[in-house]
Design a protein around this ligand. Structure first.
Ligand SMILES: *Cc1c(COP(=O)(O)O)cnc(C)c1O
Length: 377
C-alpha cells in the first residue's frame, strides 16, 4: 500500500462494536489477565498510543514507533542512549528547544557536545572522537533551512560505529525518510506537521533495530513522558490527512518563495525548492518534496522588519509551525533572543530574518497579505 492508504488504515482496526473510527481508550488500568500479556497500565502501553506508534512507524517505513509527550521528550529518549556520558555531535542551526535541552540538561549532566556546520559533511567526520556515541542532525534546519547530506553522514556513522539520529520534523515523513538514507533513529515533533492543527503536543521516535527499540522502549515506560490517549487520538486524526496537507503546504510555499524572490524589499529567500538554494540539488536527491517552511531576509532594519510582521493579517507572529494556518516567526526577537548576538551572527540569524510556516490557505490571499505588509517596511 502507498503512504496515503497506510496512514488511514494501518493498525486502526474496528473494535468489537464495529466502530469505523477507533475509540479513545481513556483508561489507565486494564484488567489483569494472569497468563496473557495484554495491556496493564497506560504508562507502559495503551491501545490508542499503540495505534499511533504503529502508524508513525509505517509513515517512516520503519519497524518500531514510540510516542512521547512532546518532541523534546522524544529527543531526550534518544539522547538517553548516551547514558550520561560520551560525546555527541550536533549540527548547528538546530531547533532552539533542542539547543536548550542540550545546554541546560545534557551538558551539565556530563555529555560532551560539539556543534558542526550542518552543510559541511567533512566537519562531521573531523569531529568524531574515541568517545563519540551519537550524531544528531536536523535537515532542513531551523530557521536557515540548510540541508545535511544524510546519506554521507550515515556512512561516516557506519564507518565509526556511531548512531545517527535525524530530527525529521521539518520535512515530514511525506517528503523524507531518513531510515532509508541510512539513519538509525528518526525523531519527530508530532506537534508540527504530523498532527497538523496546532492543537496537540507530541513527539515520536522510529527505529528499525530491535535492540535499539527495546532500549528506548524501556526508557519510555520508565521515564514516563508519554502522551495521553486523547492526544494520541488527535494526532491519529491529523496524520490521516498528512499527504494531502503536505502537498498544499509545499505548493503554497513554492508560490510565496518565488514571489518573495522577485520583490525589491526582499534581499534573500531561503527555500530548498528554489534552484538558487545552495543545496537545491542535494535536497532533490534526498527529499521528494521541499515542505512548507520559507525564510527570508528583508532589505530592512529591525524596526522595518517588525513593521512588516505587525502589518501581516493572515500570519500571526507565533512560535511553532506545521499547522494548517500560516504563521510568521521573527527568530532574532523570539527563539534566538535567548542566545548572544555574537552566536546569532555566527549561526547567520540577523535582525531582518523572518521565517514563514506557510499554511494551506489560498495562496493568492497569502501573497496579497505579504505584499501589503511589505509596503509598510
Ligand atoms: C518543535 C520542534 C521540536 C520540539 O518539539 P516539541 O513538540 O515542541 O517538544 C524539535 N525539533 C524541531 C525541528 C521542532 O520544530
Amino acid at each position: 500500500m502507498k503512504l496515503a492508504t497506510k496512514l488511514i488504515h494501518t493498525a486502526q482496526q474496528p473494535d468489537g462494536l464495529g466502530a469505523v473510527i477507533s475509540p479513545v481508550y481513556q483508561s489507565v488500568p486494564f484488567e489483569h489477565e494472569y497468563d496473557r500479556r495484554g495491556f496493564e497500565y497506560s504508562r507502559s502501553s495503551n491501545p490508542t498510543r499503540q495505534m499511533l506508534e504503529s502508524v508513525i512507524a509505517e509513515s517512516e517505513g520503519g519497524k518500531h514507533g514510540l510516542a512521547f509527550a512532546s518532541g523534546v521528550a522524544a529527543i531526550t529518549a534518544a539522547l538517553n542512549l548516551l547514558r550520561g556520558n560520551g560525546h555527541l555531535i550536533v549540527s548547528d542551526d538546530i531547533y532552539l528547544g533542542t539547543y536548550g535541552l542540550l545546554e541546560q540538561i545534557f551538558r551539565p549532566w556530563g555529555i560532551e557536545i560539539t556543534y558542526v556546520k550542518a552543510e559541511n559533511t567533512e566537519s562531521f567526520r573531523a569531529s568524531v572522537k574515541k568517545n563519540t556515541r551519537l550524531i544528531l542532525i536536523e535537515s532542513p534546519t531551523n530557521p536557515l533551512l540548510k540541508i545535511t547530506d544524510i546519506r554521507a553522514v550515515a556512512a561516516i556513522a557506519e564507518q565509526t560505529g556511531i548512531l545517527l539520529a535525524v530530527d525529521n520534523t521539518f520535512a515530514s515523513p511525506v517528503f523524507q525518510n531518513p531510515l532509508q538514507l541510512g539513519a538509525h533513529i528518526v525523531i519527530h515533533s508530532t506537534t508540527k506537521y504530523i498532527s497538523g492543527h496546532s492543537d496537540v503536543l507530541g513527539g515520536a521516535v522510529v527505529v528499525n533495530d530491535d535492540r535499539l527499540y527495546h532500549e528506548i522502549r524501556t526508557y519510555q515506560r520508565s521515564a514516563g513522558a508519554v502522551p495521553g490517549p486523547w492526544d494520541c487520538w488527535l494526532t491519529l486524526r491529523g496524520i490521516k490527512t498528512l499527504p494531502l496537507r503536505m502537498r498544499a503546504h509545499q505548493e503554497n510555499a513554492f508560490y510565496l518563495a518565488e514571489r518573495l524572490q522577485r520583490h525589491p524589499l526582499v534581499s534573500r529567500v531561503i527555500y530548498p525548492g528554489l534552484p538558487e538554494h545552495p543545496q537545491h540539488e542535494l535536497a532533490q536527491q534526498q527529499m521528494s518534496g521541499f515542505s512548507g517552511m520559507v525564510s527570508a531576509e528583508l532589505a530592512a532594519d529591525l524596526s522595518g522588519t517588525q513593521r512588516f510582521i505587525k502589518s501581516l493579517k493572515l500570519f500571526p507572529l507565533a512560535a511553532s509551525l506545521g499547522g494548517v494556518e500560516s504563521l510568521v516567526n521573527h527568530p532574532a526577537k523570539m527563539s534566538h533572543s535567548f542566545i548572544s548576538a555574537a552566536l546569532r551572527a555566527e549561526i547567520g540569524v540577523n535582525d531582518s530574518l523572518v521565517r514563514f510556516s506557510v499554511g494551506i490557505e489560498d495562496k493568492d490571499d497569502l501573497w496579497k497579505d505579504i505584499e501589503q505588509a511589505l509596503k509598510q517596511v
